[in-house]
Design a protein around this ligand. Sequence first.
Ligand SMILES: Nc1ncnc2c1ncn2[C@@H]1O[C@H](COP(=O)(O)OP(=O)(O)O)[C@@H](O)[C@H]1O
Ligand SMILES: [Mg+2]
Length: 274
Amino acid sequence: MLNIFKVLRSKDGSAEGGMTGQPTGDTMTIEDLNISYGTNHAVKGIRMSIPLKSVTAFIGPSGCGKSTLLRALNRMNDEIEGCRTEGAVTWKGVNILDPKVDPVALRSKVGMVFQKPNPFPKSIFDNVAYGPRIHGVADRPELEKIVEKAIKDAALWDEVKDRMDESAMGLSGGQQQRLCIARALAIEPEVILMDEPCSALDPIATSKIEDLIEDLKKQYTVIIVTHNMQQAARVSDFTGFMYLGELIEFGDTEQIFQKPREKLTENYITGRFG
Ligand SMILES: Nc1ncnc2c1ncn2[C@@H]1O[C@H](COP(=O)(O)OP(=O)(O)O)[C@@H](O)[C@H]1O
Ligand SMILES: [Mg+2]
């Protein structure tokens, strides 16, 4: 598989550029992250370490910068004209915001699932085989193995195993979203970003995705944005509360919801605004 880091390795094998001196083995570390759209300063001086192999949720009222922050983690903001990012995000000893890091390769390691399920108008099989094919897997038995594993990991296999050649557009919304998760898993990411992945789904489909997130964290790092506080409380190990572009508080989910340190966090989680 791709190694996004090789471009940043110097001859002696040490990483160059973006080293921060912090232990980075088990976290993704955000330092002084500022993101603006023109004159709109959307993310303000965020510093935090996101633990790997766990679920981190970002909550906060609409427009507080959650999606902007999330998109920084796989450089999706690069695609938005007029969006300027400063600061560092260190993962595995490399600053992934460094222009020398190839964003396409990065996105194969840091996958993303969006708010509205967005399957391609192709068969169920071809949706999930799409990424591996792009990365050069052409052998049919190998593709079948990868596709089956990804769909199983996305808790969708039993529902689709007999209709792999049917169009993905015929699936329900919840199934489509799990298919999009399978599509993301098929390229073997290590981190999965989810931006309000249940907001278009009914409660039953939502609870299936929540169960799935619980499973995924054994193998992957999951970072989820949600405006649904109950969802954050149910699925996440760590929660960050954002307000007007700032990270007000970050900690254990239980602590954030039961003993918030900041008055603003308390006001938000008790429903006084937002
Ligand atoms: N693509 C974009 N172009 C210009 N401004 C944007 C874009 N996306 C978000 N913004 C602005 O950045 C701020 C934060 O938005 P966003 O990150 O979408 O917040 P949230 O996800 O918490 O609702 C808002 O002021 C929003 O208008
Ligand atoms: Mg958003």
